[in-house]
Design a protein around this ligand. Structure first.
Ligand SMILES: Nc1ncnc2c1ncn2[C@@H]1O[C@H](COP(=O)(O)OP(=O)(O)O)[C@@H](O)[C@H]1O
Ligand SMILES: [Mg+2]
Length: 414
């Protein structure tokens, strides 16, 4: 998160002439700003990165890099877009001023600098910077609210679809599952009856004997129990999936309840099992024995799901460049303090690039193709964890992988 404005403002003065620099310093002596000096453009750019000043006062004419060039460099860097840039110049013609403004300068001060005018311009510049910051914050909040709205809408329609599917499949699969048991019993009796017939009439009539051969009675007798067993396994699997869907959508249950996080993780994983198997991704579980926690489990499932799908995405990407790559997601739960639970989800993708690290939790930030990602997954997960008074953060290990840690307090139901 960016530093906030209540702290002392930092001014960077770029001036090659030591006497001019001294004069400026003198004018600012009684002010509470933190003032730093650079004697040329290149060293100023380094100081910009290190100190992130709020306002820059820069001489126009300097050997090597001119003030205009410094200004263009600074203003073209999005990290410094809100930094106020004031050019110090002996040039007062209209053309010169237009030229300076087009290079991105916010204001001008003519040399020799007059103290009151300098201070007034600095105050005005800092006010402008403050407004810009407020605008940025409001914009961020608006985007977050919009993201939340879209996600809530998406989730409620997803829940409806899931509820519908679960309901539709639930009845037929219950018939199948319930009747397989009976079918197993009936077939057992029928096979016993055939066996009894064969023992009683070891020499069947010609017609019966050829029919027995035709239908491969021996084979059927051996195969039927296996066939019914695998049907039973299949129907149990479908029932498990429905159970996960119902749990995931929070059907029939209030969302706030005491849950085992391990169950949340396993339930959510079972929903992406198809993808995990399809992409041959190994799951390593390192669960500790944890107390149940009171939480909105539907939301927690959603947060876990968002993190898992990202991990699957990066592993899939890595596999495209190296087909022998074995993807792996390690999930560890720990209790670092008596009232805190941590869930760590670590993939072995490529980690998060340093340039985007600060942005991954921003709503609508994505590095994926249009249609593949909306950039909402992590921002929604962040908000969900925040709503639980917890924290979500990322540790990135370049070319080794990324770790997302959910840290949740153990809340007591009220
Ligand atoms: N496990 C990860 N490893 C590397 N980068 C990641 C990982 N998870 C997320 N990211 C980065 O964060 C971005 C934002 O993620 P997210 O908010 O889920 O949106 P989306 O998945 O739609 O892009 C991704 O586009 C990706 O660049
Ligand atoms: Mg995502």
């Amino acid at each position: 998160m960016p530093q906030d404005s209540d702290t002392v403002a930092t001014l960077l003065i770029i001036e090659d002439d030591p006497i001019q620099a001294m004069l400026l310093n003198h004018c600012l002596e009684k002010e509470t700003y933190r003032t730093i000096f650079a004697k040329d453009g290149p060293s100023a750019l380094t100081m910009m990165r290190e100190n992130k000043p709020d306002l820059v006062l820069c001489d126009w004419i300097m050997p090597g890099m001119t003030g205009i060039e410094v200004c263009q460099k600074i203003k073209s860097n999005p990290d410094f877009a809100s930094t106020i840039f004031i050019l110090l110049t002996g040039k007062s013609s209209l053309e010169d001023q237009v030229f300076g403004l087009e290079a991105g300068a916010d204001d001008f001060l003519n040399k020799p600098v007059e103290k009151n005018q300098l201070l007034a311009r600095i105050h005005a510049g800092l006010r402008q910077k403050q407004l810009y910051k407020q605008l940025q914050t409001t914009n961020k909040e608006l985007k977050a609210a919009q993201a939340q709205l879209i996600q809530t809408k998406k989730m409620s329609s997803l829940s409806k679809v899931v509820a519908g599917i679960a309901h539709e499949i639930n009845n037929p699969i219950s018939f199948i599952h319930g009747n397989i048991r009976h079918a197993q019993g009936y077939f057992k009796d029928l096979l016993a009856l055939i066996e009894l017939f064969r023992r009683t009439y070891p020499e069947p009539p010609e017609e019966v004997a050829s029919f027995i051969e035709e239908i491969e009675l021996e084979y059927i007798t051996n195969d039927i129990p296996q066939l019914l067993d695998s049907m039973e396994n299949g129907s149990e699997r479908v029932r498990d999936i429905i159970k996960s869907l119902r749990t995931f959508a929070g059907l029939d249950e209030s969302s706030m309840k005491s849950v085992s996080l391990q169950e949340c993780i396993d339930n959510t994983l079972s929903l992406v099992e198809q993808q995990l198997q399809g992409d041959d991704i190994q799951i390593v579980r390192k669960y500790s024995d944890l107390p149940r926690i009171h939480c909105n489990f539907r939301d927690i499932n959603q947060a876990l799901m968002n993190i898992f799908t990202n991990a699957i995405d990066v592993i899939k990407d890595k596999k495209q460049t190296d087909s022998a790559f074995q993807g792996c997601i390690e999930i560890a739960t720990t209790q670092p303090k008596p009232n805190v639970i941590n869930i760590s989800i670590m993939d072995n993708g490529n980690g998060v690039d340093a340039e985007i690290f600060e942005k991954i939790f921003d709503p609508f930030f994505t590095t994926k193709q249009v249609g593949d990602g909306m950039g909402l997954g992590l921002s929604v997960a962040y908000r969900i964890i925040q709503d639980h008074q917890g924290q979500l953060f990322c540790n990135s290990y370049p070319s080794v992988g990324a770790e997302f840690v959910i840290s949740l307090p153990i809340l007591v139901a009220d």
